[in-house]
Design a protein around this ligand. Structure first.
Ligand SMILES: *Cc1c(COP(=O)(O)O)cnc(C)c1O
Length: 333
């Protein structure tokens, strides 16, 4: 379908004008040259603006519009202690004048750092899951608020519902417009993929616009087989919500799980190398949990000859740099 037609479908969901959009798109010449492979470009979704930015702002534009339609009087979500999603949700809630309750995993750290430190500055009330499974703790805390007569709007884990994923259908439309103006196309998009909304939205957007671009998710936490299944379901839901006549199966998703290392949030040489490399070639910060792993994965794929030198690859920077300050020991070591 045409760009304008897709934009119209998205507008019907009445997203809030939250981010500083469009985010910048540009080449990374020194990084590309040092890697000696394809031309690498970057989409700066670390600069979506609100509360130090990141990819969740795009999803929250759609989700918080629904919260307002439902007359919610408190916004809730959940995540890890260093959740970028929680921090961006707290920032958007503050900007809309709504209180925010975050249910974070585990117990409070001795010293607030990074994203958790920012959550507090943003005025979010943080409750800890302790021994409870995270989503169960979130449900219980939401129910407790309802018992008090409040009307919480609970943002899905990572903002990755079909409605949230529409933020990345819109993200693809945005890049398509920018690329069209520059007269270029991308052979692949590479990025950090975790709760799935980013990849699902990209997949739906690419297929809707019939773009010749591969979508390659570097998995941050989950093995490819189960993740691809989740992605197919979420992308089908997203397409249905936008009334796009598209069907997706597990095989439609390219997920690379070779960089999981010791698991979520555990820094290895992959992230250490990528963080220094981006900083020293381009003055660009990637983060220890998501974009460091994704860029490290992209560097490995380039070394292994995944792309030809004549191709153009877009590294979609999804944010996360505030977590650097909570990982100083792991990164200096
Ligand atoms: C949440 C997040 C991701 C992953 O996005 P999903 O939509 O959850 O897959 C990637 N990078 C950063 C920095 C994030 O905060």
């Amino acid at each position: 379908m045409e760009l304008a037609a897709l934009a119209q479908r998205l507008e019907m969901l009445q997203p809030l004008p939250l981010g500083y959009l469009p985010t910048p798109l540009g080449p990374l010449p020194r990084l590309s040259q040092a890697l000696g492979g394809p031309e690498v470009w970057i989409k700066r979704d670390d600069l979506t603006g609100l509360g130090l930015g990141g990819n969740k702002i795009r999803k929250l534009a759609f989700l918080l519009a629904e919260a307002q339609r439902q007359h919610a009087d408190v916004i809730m979500t959940t995540g890890a202690q260093q959740s970028n999603h929680a921090r961006q949700t707290a920032a958007v809630a503050a900007m809309l004048g709504l209180p925010c309750v975050l249910v974070l995993r585990g117990t409070p750290p001795a010293q607030p750092q990074g994203n958790y430190f920012l959550d507090r500055l943003l005025g979010a009330e943080v409750r800890w899951s302790g021994d409870r499974p995270l989503l169960q703790a979130l449900d219980a805390e939401a129910e407790a608020l309802r018992q008090e007569g409040r009307h919480p709007y609970v943002v899905t884990y990572g903002g990755s519902s079909a409605l949230g994923a529409c933020g990345f259908v819109a993200g693809i439309a945005e890049v398509a417009m920018q690329a069209q103006a520059l007269g270029i196309t991308f052979d692949a998009i590479v990025f950090a993929s975790s709760s799935g909304g980013t990849q699902a939205g990209m997949a739906a957007g690419i297929r809707a616009l019939d773009l010749p671009t591969r979508v390659i998710g570097i998995s941050i936490a989950e093995p490819a087989s189960s993740f691809r299944h989740d992605l197919a379901r979420l992308t089908n839901e997203t397409a249905a919500l936008l009334k796009l006549d598209l069907a997706f199966s597990d095989d439609d998703f390219d997920v690379r799980d070779a960089y999981l290392g010791q698991g979520y949030g555990i820094v290895t040489d992959v992230e250490r190398e990528a963080i220094r490399f981006a900083a020293r070639t381009e003055g660009l910060f990637v983060d220890p949990v998501y974009t460091g792993r994704a860029l490290g994965g992209l560097m490995d794929l380039i070394r292994r000859g995944e792309f030809s030198p004549s191709q153009r690859v877009l590294f979609w920077h999804t944010g996360g740099a505030p977590a650097l300050f909570a990982y100083t020991e792991a990164l200096e070591g």
